[in-house]
Design a protein around this ligand. Structure first.
Ligand SMILES: CCCCCCCCC/C=C/C(=O)SCCNC(=O)CCNC(=O)[C@H](O)C(C)(C)COP(=O)(O)OP(=O)(O)OC[C@H]1O[C@@H](n2cnc3c(N)ncnc32)[C@H](O)[C@@H]1OP(=O)(O)O
Ligand SMILES: NC(=O)C1=CN([C@@H]2O[C@H](COP(=O)(O)OP(=O)(O)OC[C@H]3O[C@@H](n4cnc5c(N)ncnc54)[C@H](OP(=O)(O)O)[C@@H]3O)[C@@H](O)[C@H]2O)C=CC1
Length: 265
């Protein structure tokens, strides 16, 4: 539905682009003419993903843990060498594990905060300093999670993603003078490789969440990618500092605490 050269001449970085939603976003950007860099921690699946994505256009990859700012600087070096500029950053890398707040250790809490909140900040700051601010142009889309009414059963990610949503609003205002737009996409439950990481009883809970959704289904990777394409494109040129929910209204509806009680039993 978008014009085929929407992102011709543009370059994009998709963190966590080796799998699931990040892969779908990278593929969608490539198909619309962008040159794309992907990163993730695991080198082999990352290289395989980059090779598969290269069918659609120029795709480069570099292993990078977004929690390590030195590795992120090295990623910026690669983008400078390969592309000489960066137009779009999609902060997609992230994740968490299920657990009630009382069960979360310091180490588990910190792993999730470091990944989702600190990592997103490091990548945003470094890519803005290296590319967007000198270019006086740039675009950031943060993939968060629907946590509007809290996230019982995953309090660590709820807190981290709420932090990213607020960071979105701050950076959008601070960087408007450099013509950088910053937005977030908040997916609900999306059928992707990420969901496969959950074992029972969360698997059963996911089925229950599907029935509880007003559209009676989970979302697709393509539906999330389409929202990212919109926000990253000139179609959204007067939109910054906002969050677009791609969740079949889960942020409005449903009783997540009842779900978590099921999970506890
Ligand atoms: C209820 C509602 C559901 C509702 C479900 C609804 C889901 C829909 C919404 C969201 C969907 C998605 O995001 S799907 C995307 C999911 N994808 C992912 O989560 C993949 C990325 N995740 C990760 O890499 C990891 O989960 C993450 C913890 C963030 C980072 O890992 P690290 O490598 O840094 O850390 P690790 O070494 O693995 O672990 C560090 C510590 O974290 C804790 N830890 C890690 N995994 C753990 C686990 N499975 N169970 C307990 N504790 C764990 C332990 O304390 C670990 O220390 P030790 O004990 O010493 O080892
Ligand atoms: N699927 C869903 O229902 C939903 C997903 N989301 C979010 O969307 C994003 C993508 O999820 P999805 O594709 O489903 O799940 P995946 O687990 O497939 O994707 C997570 C990606 O992030 C990478 N990653 C994780 N930690 C790091 C890190 N520290 N540094 C660099 N890369 C990292 C992973 O690669 P590697 O392991 O090699 O580092 C992987 O490619 C995540 O932020 C997720 O939380 C939000 C709402 C719903």
């Amino acid at each position: 539905m978008y014009v085929p050269d929407l992102f011709a001449g543009k370059t994009a970085l998709v963190t966590g682009g080796r799998s699931g939603i990040g892969y779908g976003i990278a593929e969608a950007l490539l198909k619309l003419g962008a040159r794309v860099c992907i990163c993730a921690r695991k080198p082999e699946p990352l290289a395989a993903a980059a090779a598969a994505l290269a069918k659609h256009g120029t795709c480069v990859a570099r292993p990078c843990d977004i929690r390590n700012s030195e590795e992120v600087e090295a990623l910026a070096d690669l983008i400078q060498t390969e592309f000489g500029r960066l137009d779009i950053l999609v902060n997609n890398a992230g994740g968490q594990f299920p657990g009630l707040a009382r069960q979360l250790t310091d180490k588990g809490w910190n792993a999730v905060i470091n990944t989702n909140l600190n990592g997103t900040f490091y990548v945003s700051r470094i890519m803005a300093e290296r590319f967007f601010i000198p270019q006086q142009e740039g675009n950031i889309v943060n993939i968060i999670v629907n946590m509007l009414r809290g996230f019982p059963g995953m309090a660590h990610t709820g807190a981290a993603r709420a932090g990213v949503e607020n960071l979105t609003k701050s950076l959008a205002q601070e960087w408007a003078r450099y013509h950088v737009r910053v937005n977030s996409v908040a997916p609900g439950t999306i059928i992707s490789s990420g969901l496969e990481t959950y074992a029972e009883p969360v698997k059963a809970l996911l089925d229950r969440m599907k029935q509880d959704n007003l559209m009676q289904r989970h979302g697709t990777v393509e539906e999330v990618a389409n929202a990212v394409l919109f926000l990253a494109s000139p179609l959204a040129s007067y939109t910054s500092g906002t969050t677009l929910y791609v969740d079949g209204m889960d942020h409005l509806h449903g009783n997540r605490m009842r779900m978590v009680d099921m999970f506890r039993k």
